[in-house]
Design a protein around this ligand. Structure first.
Ligand code: AHR
Length: 307
């Protein structure tokens, strides 16, 4: 039997088939669905047996899933941590069981970087900066104050922390940019709508919405239309991801700018998994290549958009 007594190195020592335990965040957004599809398809193509779990955006569920993968003696564990903090104990358990861990999409804030082999994913701070740069250019000539509301991702998650920080760094250089309200919408459409409704009630003069993902932006568009305002005109909207629904809203003029965050991490993840199982060296950090989209660029990109 693959893995018998080998402390989780069955891929190299057993029948050659690698087993990966993958602890996914959930199914909170279009991005996440595309990411799950990418991981599943890539595992199939690479001949890697995938054990998959959906944590429903709860850290305790992810920890349980990782512990169960350790018990099952998988060859490699990959996971996208819901939040950044609180992983050291379970990661030490994996290390003691000699099971390599790969972080994908989101980072952990552990100071002990030997707890995982590599981190594959986007530079979320840079994404936030790109969003801020567009805004600075868009309002370049204006002297008037620009009132911004921000829909943050899941509290404590790397993309929420970093996208907020990167954006704040860029707009902070000019005091006319004012973030008048900032709250989590948990990366979901429903929460994005709900929080935007509250923002609209308490802030009569919103110029810009910065949403940490397309889904929250799409929910907010419903709230804005419900309040009798025109999204993309009365309130300018910047989002992150560039999933198909977001790109459609961008092409339709309801969103003004999208910073891409690629969910297609599956193929690179499987390559890295094969290497770490063999004990080969891998880079400590693999950053995803990404672009940005204006409304015109969205129209061009939509017909061939994969997700
Ligand atoms: O971690 C990536 C983020 O998680 C995506 O931007 C968001 O849509 C998802 O839920």
């Amino acid at each position: 039997v693959a893995g018998c007594g080998s402390g989780g190195s069955s891929g190299a020592a057993g029948d050659g088939k690698i087993t990966m335990g993958f602890a996914q965040v959930g199914a909170e957004s279009g991005w996440r669905t595309a990411n799950t599809t990418s991981v599943r398809e890539a595992a199939g193509k690479a001949g890697i047996e995938l054990k998959f779990s959906d944590a429903q955006q709860k850290q305790e569920n992810q920890i349980k899933a990782i512990r169960s993968y350790i018990q099952q003696k998988v060859d490699v564990i990959a996971f996208s941590p819901v939040v950044e903090s609180g992983w050291d104990t379970v990661l030490k358990e994996a290390r003691n069981a000699k099971i390599p861990v790969i972080l994908t999409d989101r980072a952990v804030d552990s100071t002990d970087t030997s707890l995982y082999k590599t981190f594959l994913g986007s530079d979320f701070v840079e994404e936030g900066r790109k969003a801020g740069k567009w805004l600075v250019e868009e309002y370049g000539d204006s002297k008037d104050p620009v009132n911004i509301v921000e829909l943050q991702g899941t509290t404590g998650s790397a993309p929420a922390n970093d996208r907020k920080a990167g954006f704040a760094e860029v707009i902070g250089a000019d005091p006319k940019f004012k973030v008048v309200a900032s709250q989590t919408g948990d990366f979901t459409r429903a929460k994005g709508k709900e929080v935007m409704e509250a923002f609209l009630k308490s802030n009569p003069d919103i110029d810009v919405l910065y949403a940490h993902n397309d889904d929250m932006g799409l929910g907010a568009i419903e709230a804005i239309e419900g309040a009798g305002k025109v999204p993309g005109k009365d309130i300018k909207i910047i989002t992150i991801d560039a999933v198909r629904d977001g790109m459609r809203a961008l092409a339709d003029g309801k969103i003004n700018y999208i910073v891409e965050c690629s969910p297609l991490l599956g193929p690179q993840l499987m390559d890295l998994a094969k290497k770490v199982v063999k004990g080969e060296q891998v880079p400590a950090r693999v950053v995803t290549e990404e672009t940005t989209f204006t409304q015109e660029q969205a129209k061009q990109a939509l017909p061939t958009r994969q997700y």
